[in-house]
Structures are given as structure tokens and as C-alpha cells.
Design a protein around this ligand. Structure first.
Ligand SMILES: [Zn+2]
Ligand SMILES: [Zn+2]
Length: 255
């Protein structure tokens, strides 16, 4: 049987989807890199380093903030968050954003393995800060999960718990309301939009626990803060937030 050109092309597309050969960011050859990223793009992931705000983790503007130890940013001083601390692995722009999109919207769950070494490195550096925490995802609404087929925050939380050797509790919170898209909303609109979106599954699972909530992206912190409020109301001790990506004002705000 002769294979026509269009059939060949189709086959190639399928094979590329199954076994991607090119870097998902630059389309270059990734043989030297990971499963999804080439070496150059991997090295281009913009990790977040100190100085950062001690509370929300936003990188300090060194020409303006004069950051010292336990520096607190203007946003945290003006309207304090309920969570105790938020940290992110890297900037949600360029490479990390593409990686998260691939993970979330294209269901390429394997992309997480490409950044596993970064998570290992991050958590081994800050091991002390994260000791004694129970890891839990910021949950998706059931309908959304059904539509998407998986819960990205749960998969991330599972990975973080594994790296930290910490207990994972997947159901401390449940999402009871489907919220409209947050992308075009301001910080206060986001806070209003997310209000009442979470409930506690069982108060006895939460009381007295120090929790590390995990999500893919931190934009204004409205979602993380609402989840923290509900946990604290139910008697949680400390609530820390960890996300893969962090939107820094003016950079990649598309959520
Ligand atoms: Zn690349
Ligand atoms: Zn801050």
C-alpha cells in the first residue's frame, strides 16, 4: 500500500503530539534538554530570587524599595493578606508560562518532569521554612475538572508533597461556586468574584493544621487569600501559598 503525502503528514503530526521532538517554547531541537524544553529555554526560566516581599513573595524593586531583611511590599502594607506567606518558583512570563499552558490546556502532564529538578532545588534550599506543613491544592470546581479532565493544582500539590516529603491532603477545601474568568478583573473585583467560592470539607481535618496551598499561578493573590480565609476560619494555623508562576504587574497578566 502506498502512503500518500497527506497521510504521511497526518502521521507525522500524530507522532509529534505523542513524542514531541521540538522544544515547546522555541521549537528548536531539544535533544540536549528535557522532555519538552531545550537546554537554552530551560536555562531561560526566570526563577524568582530574593530580595522579595517577606509576605507575598513579590520581587522587590531594588531601585525603589531598598529591601532589607523581612522587607514587606507596599501592597502587603496597605491591604494585608490573610495567608502568612506566598512564594513562587518563577516569573509567569515567557518560558514558564508556556510550560504551564502546555500542562493546563494541552494536558501534557509530563511537562512537570522537566521542572522537577527546579522544585527539588528550591525546596531543599528553603526546607526549614516549609517544615511541618500539610500540602493541599487550591481546588477546581467539579464541573471545571470534568471539562478539563484533570486538576492541575492537585497534580502540582502531589509533586510538591513528594519533593518536601510532606503529607498531602487533597480535600481540605472544596470549590462550591463556578467563578467567572478573572483575567480582565482588577484586584478588588477578583476578591469579590472569588468570595464564597470555597468551603471546608470537614472542619476536623483542618483545625490545628499548618497548610501549604498549591496552585499553578499567583496573579493578585485573591484566590489564594480567599482559600486561606476559609481555612483559618476553620482553625488552621499557618497558611502558606506556593505557585509555579508569579505574575508581576505588567508581566503576562492573562489569567
Ligand atoms: Zn527552546
Ligand atoms: Zn507583599
Amino acid at each position: 500500500m502506498k502512503t500518500s503525502r497527506s497521510e504521511f503528514k497526518w502521521l507525522q503530526t500524530v507522532l509529534n503530539l505523542l513524542f514531541p521532538q521540538n522544544c515547546i517554547f522555541c521549537s528548536g531541537d531539544r535533544r540536549e534538554g528535557g522532555e519538552y524544553l531545550c537546554r537554552t529555554c530551560f536555562n531561560d526560566i526566570g526563577l524568582i530570587h530574593s530580595p522579595i516581599c517577606f509576605i507575598c513573595g513579590v520581587p522587590a524593586d531594588i531601585s525603589y524599595d531598598f529591601p532589607q531583611d523581612e522587607f514587606v511590599c507596599g501592597v502587603c502594607r496597605q491591604s494585608p493578606y490573610t495567608f502568612d506567606r506566598a512564594r513562587s518558583l518563577g516569573h509567569y512570563d515567557t518560558v514558564l508560562r508556556q510550560l504551564i499552558h502546555h500542562f493546563k490546556y494541552q494536558k501534557q502532564l509530563g511537562v512537570l518532569s522537566d521542572i522537577d529538578c527546579l522544585l527539588e532545588k528550591y525546596f531543599s534550599e528553603y526546607k526549614k521554612e516549609y517544615s511541618g506543613l500539610t500540602v493541599s491544592p487550591i481546588p477546581l470546581h467539579f464541573n471545571k475538572m470534568r471539562e478539563r479532565g484533570f486538576d492541575q493544582a492537585f497534580l502540582l500539590a502531589r509533586q510538591v508533597a513528594r519533593v518536601l516529603h510532606a503529607p498531602l491532603e487533597s480535600a481540605l477545601l472544596k470549590r462550591v461556586a463556578v467563578t467567572s474568568a478573572q483575567a480582565t478583573k482588577t484586584k478588588s473585583e477578583r476578591a469579590q468574584n472569588i468570595k464564597g467560592a470555597f468551603e471546608i470539607n470537614r472542619p476536623e481535618w483542618v483545625a490545628g493544621k499548618n497548610v501549604l496551598l498549591v496552585d499553578d499561578v499567583f496573579t493578585t493573590g485573591a484566590t489564594a487569600n480567599e482559600a486561606a480565609k476559609i481555612l483559618k476560619k476553620a482553625g488552621a494555623g499557618k497558611v502558606y501559598i506556593f505557585t509555579l508562576g508569579r505574575v508581576v504587574v505588567g508581566k503576562g497578566l492573562d489569567r
